[in-house]
Design a protein around this ligand. Structure first.
Ligand code: KMH
Ligand code: ZN
Length: 284
């Protein structure tokens, strides 16, 4: 007898990661870095089908910052103008100290990213030592913030097993992961690597998305949809729509993801559904 195929979720959670910490405004003028640009981006991406925003913010000089006042202002502004699930990056930039990254939760987001291990990151190192991961996770549980586990490598999947075994489920009881694929130093952005990761996810995982860096974006999106996963897109990860065609606005990447989700007959999830799907806390 052939094994039962689990039905994929009928809709697709689309997360937009509009800015990141790596590209400079000088090199990429279309990158949303000011509060006004971020807000406009959030509104347009929600209309195009995004239900969650993964947020890195910049200071007045367009440099990455973890300033709590600025983070709190961004969270409040996006909550006021959209119904997007607001996820703050706790990864920050490769230069951010661990104690500042822990303090991101003071800005009271709905969700926070939580990377499951140290990884080479181009010429840099993205530091996520185990004690930091464990502390951030327990802080997210206490603050009732839903983590999204960022998995850059197969070893990170193994670390997620360890974390859940040691500290139990996150706030809300759902376990949502994001495969970040194609980072130079992490796993490649291929269907084979995606399948290998998904096959070893802990049984407690209730949903996962995937994003492919740079040119791996489409291959990863197709692989994710065909394996029943969700999508993350945005200029944090991808700056071109095709070879030589720069992204002019994050909305283009979200619209393309929504079109792929439609083709897969799993249309974009609404923000209302996403809040229930991820079991984020109702905040004022
Ligand atoms: N900027 C990278 C070093 C996250 O947001 O949590 C880390 C990153 C992951 O973007
Ligand atoms: Zn990020």
């Amino acid at each position: 007898m052939s094994p039962m195929l689990a039905a994929p979720h009928p809709t697709t959670l689309i997360t937009v990661a509009p800015t990141g910490a790596e590209s400079t405004k000088e090199a990429v003028p279309a990158l949303p870095t000011t509060p006004e640009e971020l807000l406009e981006t959030a509104v347009r991406c929600e209309a195009a089908g995004a239900a969650m925003i993964h947020l890195h913010i910049r200071d007045a000089q367009h440099r990455p910052t973890l300033d709590i006042g600025l983070l709190s202002d961004s969270v409040a502004a996006i909550r006021e103008r959209t119904d997007l699930v607001v996820q703050l990056s706790t990864g920050g930039s490769v230069h951010d100290p661990l104690d500042q990254r822990l303090r991101v939760l003071d800005a009271e987001p709905d969700s926070c990213s939580l990377t499951m291990g140290t990884t080479n990151f181009g010429d840099d190192v993205f530091m996520n030592p185990w004690p930091f991961v464990a502390e951030l996770y327990q802080l997210a549980q206490q603050r009732e913030v839903v983590p999204e586990f960022e998995l850059f490598d197969l070893g990170h999947v193994h670390a997620l097993h360890r974390l859940l075994n040691m500290f139990g489920l996150p706030y809300g009881g759902q376990v949502h992961c994001d495969l970040v694929m194609g980072v130079p130093g992490g796993m490649p952005g291929t269907a084979d690597a995606l399948v290998a990761s998904v096959q070893t996810l802990p049984s407690a995982v209730t949903s996962w998305s995937a994003t492919g860096i740079g040119r791996t974006s489409l291959a990863v999106a197709f692989a994710s949809l065909s394996k029943g996963g969700h999508l993350r897109v945005g200029m944090e990860d991808t700056l071109t729509l095709a070879r030589g065609v720069p992204v002019k606005h994050n909305e283009e990447l979200v619209s393309r993801a929504a079109a792929l989700a439609d083709l897969a007959q799993r249309p974009a999830m609404s923000t209302i559904e996403a809040r229930d799907f991820l079991k984020v806390k109702a905040r004022g």
